[in-house]
Write a protein that binds this ligand. Structure first.
Ligand code: 13P
Length: 250
């Protein structure tokens, strides 16, 4: 099996002004200077440029938290892939559960956004995950399979290896109720199986876990064979905590 480079991403959500983002980057860079992991920062749109500029010359990569599927047009308040690429943004989070839950993001829209990101050479970080009711009802795998099938329907199997998938069970996001390492492993292994069935080079795809990842629980989750990294919310707001999670991924 090919070695997959661990991938640790900080999703700041609607946190950090431009000044606070700059302060974070300056504090983080010396703490992670020796890491071999892929480290990705996902600031708000308005802080993207500042973070891109501050990390120049380092291995840290930058992702947006959303984008529109069209390149341009009458879509007030939206941001397109070419706008992100112009800033040297390298990746984009798509389908985060907060966008699905609060902003009406649909799987059908994601089926257009994922190919649009790939077409612009942005790495999609596609988020999938089940609600608490779905887990309790034994429907976790059905939900994940349906999300992956629809969201990736228009992506050629050869291009699936360019995608990062984040398994984020909704009941674990911002709740402090982290999935057990076994639950994370089972879901990530299942996602890999679904991608393999789609004809992907599934052993090359990074599959992340997200949901209440902290310095104290990161190592045991990241030690699981199919968990290739983490998408971190709350604990990624503090550079020392985030650096500790990066360290735990080795
Ligand atoms: P928390 O780490 O705050 O639970 O958030 C997880 C998440 O949604 C990352 O995208």
């Amino acid at each position: 099996m090919p070695e997959r480079t661990p991938y640790i991403a900080a999703n700041w959500k609607m946190n950090k002004t431009v000044a606070e983002a700059a302060e974070f980057v300056d504090a983080l860079l010396p703490l992670i200077a020796a890491t071999q992991c892929d480290v990705v920062l996902c600031p708000s749109f308005i802080a993207l440029n500042e973070v891109v500029e501050r990390r120049r010359g380092t291995a840290v990569r930058v992702a947006a938290q959303n984008m529109h599927e069209e390149d341009a047009g009458a879509f007030t308040g939206e941001i397109s892939a070419p706008m992100l690429v112009e800033l040297d943004v390298e990746a984009v989070v798509l389908g985060h559960s907060e966008r699905r839950q609060f902003f009406g993001e649909t799987d059908e829209a994601l089926a257009r956004k994922v190919p649009a990101a790939l077409g612009a050479d942005l790495e999609p970080i596609l988020c999938v995950g089940e609600t608490e009711a779905a887990r309790d009802g034994g429907e976790t795998k059905a939900v994940l399979e349906r999300q992956l099938q629809i969201d990736l329907a228009a992506v050629d199997s050869i291009d699936l290896a360019r995608i990062v998938v984040a398994y984020e069970p909704i009941w674990a996001i911002g709740t402090g109720r982290v999935a057990t390492p076994e639950q994370a492993q089972d879901a990530c292994a299942f996602i890999r199986d679904v991608l393999r069935m789609r004809g992907a080079a599934a052993n090359e795809i990074r599959i992340l876990y997200g949901g209440s990842v902290k310095p104290a629980n990161a190592a045991e989750i990241l030690a699981k064979p199919d968990v290739d990294g983490a998408l971190v919310g709350g604990a990624a707001l503090d550079p020392v905590d985030f650096a500790a999670i990066v360290e735990a991924a080795r």
